[in-house]
Every structure is written in C-alpha cells, then in structure tokens.
Design a binder for this molecule. Sequence first.
Ligand code: ZN
Length: 291
Amino acid sequence: MFTLYRSYWEPLMIISILGLMTGCASDPKDLKSPAIAQRPAYTGLRIEQGPVSVGSEPRKGKVTALILHYTASPLPAALDVLQGHKETHRVGVHYIVTDELLPRVIQLVPETMSAFHAGKSGWRNLEGMNQHSIGIEIINLDGNVHPYSVAQTEVLFTLCADIIRRHQIKPTEVLGHSDISVGRKIDPGSLFPWAKLASLGVGAWPLRDEVAQYLQGPVKIKPEEVRQLLAAYGYRIEPGEAGLKSAVEAFQRHFRTKKVDGIIDPETIATLEALVRRYRPQTLRALRIKP
Ligand SMILES: [Zn+2]
C-alpha cells in the first residue's frame, strides 16, 4: 500500500528501491547521461531519459522561470505528441511527471535547450517564455476538474525544488501556463497544489494574515489600479475590460482558486495586494496603496 506517505522522501526511496530491483534506469551507463550527472545524489530524484523531443532549439538566454502544465491527455498520447514530430504542431517539454501510483519523471529535452512548451507567452518584460524557462508537463486530463495526487505533488515538489535551486529561479517566476498565456491557456488548473508547494518553498503565495488584514479594510482600489497591480506582479494584460477580466481570471486560477470568474471581488483584491506587498512592495508605494 502506498497510502502512508509522511514525507516526499518515502515515495522517492521506494521509487529508488524499485528502480534498483527492476533495473529501471539503474543501468550504470545511465549514470553517465548528462541529465543525471547534473544532479547531486542527495535530492533522491530519479529521472528517466525518455525519447528525445525535436520540439526544441538551442537556448539563447538565461533560465529565469519554471512553467507548469497539464497534458490534457494520458501518458502514451502525451509522450507521442511531446516528441515534436508533428510539423504543424511541433511541441516539446523538458520533463513529464506521470500519474502512476508511483509517479515517474521522464526527461525529453535537456535543460540546456529551449523546449516548445509555452507558445505565445509573456511575463513581466519577457516575451516568448520558451527561451527563458524550464517546462514540466504533468499527466492530468484537466487540472481544473481532477485533483493532483499526493504522490504526484511530492515528486513534483522534489523536481521543482531541484530546478529552482540550480537555476536560482525566484518564487514569483514559478508559474502556470495560464499565468504566461493569459486568456489562451487554463493549465495547470485551479486544482494545482500551488499553496502546498509554496508552503514547502516552491513558488509564491500571499501571507494569510495579510490577506485577512486587507480584507478587513475598506476597498478603495479602482479597476485600473488592479490592472496596474497585476501588471506590476508580472501579468501581460490586453487593453480593455475583456483583457483585464482575462488577467483577473488567470490570477484567480493561481492564487484564489475557489472562484475563478474574472470578477474583481474584495477577496481577489486582498489576495493580490498581499501578494504584491510580499514580493513587489515598491509597487504598492508607487500606487500609494499602504503597504
Ligand atoms: Zn500548457
């Protein structure tokens, strides 16, 4: 039974032991592969080398972001598509996290390459996030409907923590596809365990007390100030009301998941203010919102 996980180390140890027992990815020649050699052994992370994806190109810049997705398809179909052989839809990704009882991490593109996982995208002053990010696809048919398993979350945490440490990625740059392709994408979905991962040190999250504090105060903020706050945090927002609504919805899908409707309500504002206060305090001062 695998229901007694008390920490992420336990399933990883089981994975390691199973790997040794079955010979799965424990062939000594695997140890020479660059993907594994880059990692110190203490993370306990095992990464299988999958089929190499041609949905990639040489990297031109520094990795500053980590982008999370769900596949919307089961593993065999995802593995097929993400090898990038379809000329009209050439896609690729660095890692796939499977949805098996003991989830596996499969690598398709080396981190030294840029993978085609984000498409049209932007965050802060960056356009085209493929060149600036590592991408992880998680097997889930719809992360707005189907929860991510505890085991998947634990493996994901270990993988993300390792990538963040090696590339020095800031909490505010651990993002969903929906954050960087506003109005176009809805993955990894409102059921993605952002709060859990943030509590373990992966990604950004507002402090609960500060959200409560902002919620108690009067709501004085105007829609255009919400736009400014969202933009200052990193969201790329199209002009007009529809553009703002899409950005609010993307924000809610990540940070206020119980109601994702694009409507600016007091809790959404309080969550946004608390988030900006924690990670971009200079923005609040510029807008003269009391930090
Ligand atoms: Zn995606």
